[in-house]
Design a protein around this ligand. Structure first.
Ligand SMILES: [Mg+2]
Length: 494
């Protein structure tokens, strides 16, 4: 069976997502959905442009056609460093690791990583360093990174997804990701002064600061070298343990060959080998029985709405109201305000949890959250999603509800791309104990029901537009301001 081709993986798309990310941060984790900019009215479009220009009039990062090659200073030369590619690389690598953590099929993100990076498969970061040792340390880290993504795809294709193999891979990816962060950190030090305030540079610095563990000490060179040693053993053990039958001989021998010749690292050879591996992988992928099988059920999924409700609130699970720490034993962290949110809003809304996760996992968590089953009316799982181009979409049309009265809250805007106007794009939650977004949403969502809003889509759009307007006028926390108007704390004449 031929697997569906790759959709959500183009570089352009990734840029788009990153734009949204920046947008989201500016919004302070509040309401927004910007998926279809084409649908904006002229006035809205203009506001948006103003808003963008305000952030950085010189380098408009929201322009997806604008590739920003910024210069990094080396000893005597000025060599351009594509900061944008670096951001994408980090984003894609992190996604594999993150998907392993949150138990989502990580092979797609691994394939996405490879698809993106095949052009620059091994970025030539070594040119930024004069010390031969540093050159080789940085290059080896890059090779390991590429191998780790390849292992991610193969693990799926070979169907050797055991707790041990996945854990082992997660460990490898953890170290390769740290290495990339350290490489970025080291490259950032070489960026010439005039680019200090470039928005991509700021973003990169931000990522390093946020994602780098507090426990990592020592200079970059030292850390990467140490991690390379760990990775050398870890990758070696991995192929010995999991690719030990004769069918896997080829992948085994190629990786083994790369590991054995690292000290005399001939980059052209390595690239050749890696590209062979990638081709093997594509071949295996196309001929694999372990394909992506999903039947898109037609719906409607929900029974007739209970008389006491008029509005439906669809809530995502992972990273919207919970974050799950462990794969083997489900131990969810619960987003602050979840209980209040469900308790306060369940009299107003028919609450439906709609997750792309599997039923067994979701049920275990939901039973913990809604112990007496009095807040959540219905649960929808992965089998209720619609797979389109390898993404699990939540098609609200299949709920069997009037879309004028349905709101979905999700931390992945791709999930509700079929009905973006119904969506509230909430920021991803991992473990921030001070997060207030759910608390903040309660009054807004109540107000929509109290005011008997005819079409929630228009209301959500209005809120978003108002926030943009406030932002353009210099308000850095437009969400709070909008909230004050909605709750009557401020009058519109003010
Ligand atoms: Mg989610």
């Amino acid at each position: 069976m031929i697997r569906p081709s790759h959709p959500i993986s183009t570089v352009k798309n990734n840029k788009y997502n990153r734009d949204k990310e920046i947008f989201k941060n500016t919004y302070n984790g509040s309401l927004k959905n910007e998926k279809n900019e084409q649908n904006l009215t002229e006035e809205q479009q203009q506001l948006l442009t103003e808003f963008r220009n305000k952030i950085n009039p010189e380098n408009n990062p929201f322009n997806v056609n604008n590739t920003i090659n910024i210069m990094a200073m080396t000893q005597d030369n000025r060599i351009p460093l594509n900061v944008e590619d670096l951001l994408i690389q980090e984003d894609k690598l992190f996604k594999i690791l993150d998907n392993i953590r949150i138990k989502v099929n990580f092979n797609f993100s691994a394939e996405e990583y490879l698809e993106f990076s095949h052009i620059n498969s091994i970025q030539n970061f070594d040119v930024f360093y004069s010390d031969p040792k540093m050159k080789s340390v940085i290059t080896i880290a890059q090779i390991f990174e590429y191998i780790s993504a390849i292992l991610g795809v193969f693990l799926y294709l070979k169907n050797i997804l055991t707790v041990q193999s996945v854990d082992h891979l997660r460990n490898i990816l953890y170290y390769t990701h740290i290495n990339l962060l350290m490489t970025i950190s080291s490259l950032l030090k070489k960026i010439s002064k005039e680019y200090e305030n470039n928005i991509w540079v700021i973003k990169l610095r931000d990522i390093v600061n946020k994602k780098k563990s507090k426990f990592i000490n020592g200079d970059e060179n030292f850390v990467i070298e140490q991690n390379n040693n760990i990775l050398f053993n870890s990758i070696g053990n991995f192929i010995l343990t999991f690719f030990n039958n004769k069918n896997d001989f080829q992948i085994f021998s190629i990786i083994n060959d790369i590991l054995c010749n690292l000290s005399t690292c001939n980059l052209d050879n390595v690239k050749n080998n890696l590209s062979n591996l990638k081709n093997m992988m594509i071949y295996a992928s196309e001929n694999s029985n372990n394909s992506f099988v999903h039947i898109n059920l037609p719906g409607p999924f929900l029974p007739k709405i209970d008389k006491k409700y008029e509005y439906t609130l669809v809530l995502d699970l992972d990273e919207t109201i919970i974050h799950c720490l462990d794969q083997q034993e489900i131990t969810p962290l619960i987003r602050p305000g979840t209980e209040e949110f469900l308790r306060e809003l369940s009299p107003y809304y028919e609450i439906v949890i709609f997750t792309a996760s599997v039923r067994e996992y979701a049920d275990e968590i939901l039973d913990m959250i809604d112990k007496e089953k009095k807040w959540i009316q219905h649960r929808l799982y992965r089998e209720h999603t619609t797979v389109l181009k390898r993404t699990y979409l939540k098609d609200l049309n299949k709920l069997g509800r009037d879309l004028n009265k349905v709101i979905i809250i999700d931390n992945a805007c791709d999930n509700f791309q079929l009905q973006t106007d119904n969506g509230i794009f909430i920021n991803t939650w991992i473990d921030d104990k001070k997060d207030k977004v759910l608390f903040n949403l309660i009054p807004i969502l109540k107000e929509i029901v109290v005011k008997k809003i005819k079409d929630v889509r228009k209301a959500l759009r209005k809120i978003r537009d108002t926030m943009i307007r406030f932002y353009v006028n210099g308000d850095n926390q437009p969400f709070n301001t909008v909230l004050k108007y909605i709750t009557g704390e401020k009058k519109l004449t003010e």
